[in-house]
Design a protein around this ligand. Structure first.
Ligand code: ZN
Length: 171
């Protein structure tokens, strides 16, 4: 299977709120399979469809980065609870950039998988964090929006570099 190309900051698709999936057909199942493959192949633990240039409410995750644990959450609804926690996050659309992000520790998820089967569960810690990060992508929200102002200053150069690369690739 060929990996999909990962869209990098500042591609505008990353800022677009994604549309709900309406058809659970072979095309969707193919997209999910390719997203799982791309995530594992890129050593990621999560990937959202806008990150492969497709503005649909589809995310995949694998908390240990293995294909066995890879699963899809489609049209997810997320409720947050629990105390806030800070952990270091990265993002496949921001290669080389890492920062501590504060997020609630516990979530409840209502979604369906690529076959339309309901996926309702609670999660905390690492899984709760991955789902929140990927869910943000579906809303057009990025982890740089949640960084502390000190971290934003620290990574300013790296962001400029990504913008230059993106512009050069389109020139
Ligand atoms: Zn991300």
């Amino acid at each position: 299977m060929q990996a999909l190309e990962i869209v990098r900051y500042p591609d505008p698709v990353l800022r677009q709120p994604a549309k709900p999936v309406e058809r659970f057909d072979a095309e969707l199942q193919e997209l999910v399979a390719r997203m799982k493959h791309t995530m594992v192949h890129s050593d990621g633990v999560g990937l959202a469809a806008p990150q492969v240039g497709i503005s649909l409410r589809v995310l995949v995750l694998s908390e240990d980065g293995t294909p066995e644990k890879a699963r899809a959450l489609i049209n997810p609804k997320v409720s947050l609870s629990g105390p806030k926690d800070r952990e270091t996050e990265g993002c496949l659309s921001f290669p080389g950039i890492y920062a501590e992000i504060e997020r609630p520790d516990r979530i409840r998820i209502e979604a369906v998988d690529e076959h339309g089967q309901p996926q309702v569960f609670e999660a905390d810690g690492w899984v709760a964090r991955i789902v929140q990060h990927e869910y943000d992508h579906l809303e057009g929200r990025l982890f740089i929006d949640r960084m502390s102002s000190a971290d934003r200053v620290r990574i300013k150069r790296d962001l400029e570099h990504l913008r230059e690369e993106w512009q050069a690739a389109r020139a």
